[in-house]
Design a protein around this ligand. Structure first.
Ligand code: MG
Ligand code: ZN
Length: 219
């Protein structure tokens, strides 16, 4: 039997796009560079943020919006690191949208922030489809998830500005083929660099921090 694939184009989004444009304009007025971080649950988004906050220290004023279905455990961790943070609970929703981010911006001291991270809800599918007003998109894929994920979730890798392979300290225990992963990402998105790193050991963090500095300047 012939198998058919049905492309689903999610574009009931014009209202969201308008709100995202408002957010973007507001963030730009405050001179803030905004980075949307996406991955599946448990890929290490919060751990990466904590390591990034530690590494940048006083050189850059950071703010964070945490998106989760429930709880504020991640926001609590970020707050302990001493940066302003707002938790959004989507109450079951599997992605952030521009309205939620607009509300979070109300609660942040925008004049005191240069670099704003938005940690999206852990999900490799729909977060890529909703503009929030960000300048850059980052996708994380952790080593235990396997190098074949770009086959299954192409939209996550197609439009991002950089791809981070996290938890590289687990590489010796997993069958993750980095060269193959790079090949798959480059096939979908030739302009996105792939940076392998471990926030736990610090390996590769320097390349990520360099990318961030260029992103903040290049805006
Ligand atoms: Mg998290
Ligand atoms: Zn969703």
């Amino acid at each position: 039997m012939e198998r058919k694939r049905i492309p689903v184009v999610e574009r009931i989004l014009s209202a969201n796009d308008r709100l995202a444009a408002n957010n973007r304009e507001r963030l730009q007025r405050h001179g803030i560079t905004t980075i949307n971080i996406m991955s599946s649950p448990g890929a290490g988004k919060t751990t990466l943020l904590l390591a990034t906050i530690r590494a940048l220290g006083e050189t850059c004023k950071i703010g964070v919006i945490e998106g989760d279905v429930a709880s504020q455990v991640d926001a609590d961790k970020i707050a302990q690191a001493g940066v302003p943070v707002v938790q959004i609970n989507t109450g079951g929703g599997c992605h952030l949208d521009a309205t939620m981010v607009q509300q979070a911006l109300e609660a942040l001291p925008l004049d005191e922030i240069q670099l704003l991270f938005i940690e999206n809800v852990g999900n490799l599918i729909c977060p890529a489809g909703f503009d929030l007003g960000q300048d850059y998109n980052v996708a994380l894929l952790s080593v235990p998830e396997g190098h074949d994920k770009p086959y299954k979730y192409p939209s996550m890798f197609e439009f991002v500005d950089v791809v981070l392979v996290t938890k590289t300290d687990l590489m010796p225990y997993m069958d993750f083929e980095l060269a193959e992963f790079r090949r798959l990402v480059q096939g979908l998105n030739p302009r996105a660099p792939v940076i392998p790193l471990s926030a736990r050991t610090g390996e590769g963090m320097e390349a990520w921090l360099e990318w961030l500095k260029t992103a903040v300047k290049g805006k």
